[in-house]
Design a protein around this ligand. Structure first.
Ligand SMILES: N[C@@H](CCC(=O)N[C@@H](CS)C(=O)NCC(=O)O)C(=O)O
Length: 307
């Protein structure tokens, strides 16, 4: 198998979800650290426009969105599945809720002045970040959560988690982890990265123990790789074969399409549709820097339109 190359940056919570899964599954990975703000030329050459982070590159295949990256990693490495029999619906539904509803509360909480810690090293970085995220927010369909509502949403969630873990189980749904543990972990990691809300966590003994268990997975570092080397790897590889099919009658395989998130960061990727089913959307792209690549998206949360 080609090496796993994660395009990410240290402060990114969704990247922390993937870093923790890589650690839990004891998978070797290469770390392509990108800037916290645009431009990200190598990553965009590979995705064709999609700009959310992280992205997983495996040879000439590119996996967008942590929901799909987690599914891709599940079969690799060691340890229990992220989708345990009998818990799939509960685990996936909780993971999706945390990645969206709790995430927007977390963004409000993380950027409270008293909880920002040293997120910005200087005013120029803060200004560049604000400008970049204003661009990122263009066309978004999400509601920013007011502070009181965010505080209440998180307090209630922590209380429910403490109850859930109250019988001493190591993971949210029992003896083994599921995708829900990793989604919840990265969200709490993000909220508490600034240190200003440590007392909330400290007041929850079971959640704190669970959090330390999960945090250790995230400490499994990847070996650095440069953007040029990652591009050369894509260029030298062929994308994996894909069985062509589309469940969209008006957009058959071979159509030039845009694929974009439906909620925020809606900058589309452009390419030729190879597959669209209930699980995935796959497009083929060509770029001078990458050669032919296949870009994979989850169907949930993404839309396909004619180019
Ligand atoms: N649903 C996406 C969410 C990804 C996401 O929101 N990533 C943030 C960083 S943690 C992002 O892309 N922010 C804008 C940026 O970094 O350009 C996933 O699971 O991958």
């Amino acid at each position: 198998m080609a090496e796993l190359i994660l395009h990410h940056y240290p402060e990114s919570p969704f990247s922390e979800k993937v870093r923790a899964i890589l650690g839990a599954k004891d998978l070797a990975w290469r770390s392509l650290q990108v800037s916290m703000v645009m431009p990200r030329p190598a990553t965009i050459a590979l995705t064709g426009g999609y700009r959310r982070i992280p992205v997983l590159q495996v040879g000439a295949d590119v996996y967008c969105d942590t929901a799909l990256i987690a599914e891709h990693l599940d079969d690799l490495g060691t340890g229990p599945t992220l989708y345990p029999m009998g818990q799939v619906l509960a685990a996936q539904t909780l993971a999706r809720w945390v990645d969206t509803e709790l995430f927007w509360a977390a963004v409000t909480l993380r950027f409270l002045p008293e909880n920002m810690g040293n997120f910005f090293t200087d005013p120029a970085t803060a200004q560049a970040f604000a400008e970049d995220r204003a661009n990122f927010a263009q066309g978004a369909q999400v509601r920013r959560v007011p502070v009181d509502e965010a505080q209440a949403r998180y307090a209630r969630f922590l209380a429910e988690m403490e109850t859930q873990l109250g019988d001493g189980r190591p993971y949210l749904f029992g003896a083994d982890w599921s995708i829900a543990d990793f989604s919840v972990y990265h969200m709490l990691w993000f909220i508490h990265a600034g240190g200003g809300m440590a007392d909330r966590l400290a007041a929850r003994a079971h959640v704190s123990t669970w959090m330390e268990r999960m945090r250790r997975f995230g400490e499994h570092a990847g070996e650095a790789i440069s953007a040029d080397d990652a591009l050369a790897i894509a260029h030298a590889a062929d994308p994996l074969p894909v069985e062509q099919a589309s469940d969209l009658p008006a957009i058959p395989p071979g159509t030039e399409v845009n694929v974009a998130p439906v909620d925020y960061g809606v900058m589309p990727s452009h390419g030729t549709l190879l597959r669209c089913d209930t699980n995935v959307i796959v497009i083929r792209r060509e770029h001078a820097l990458t050669g032919a690549v296949n870009v994979h998206f989850p169907r949930h949360g993404f839309g396909v339109t004619r180019y």
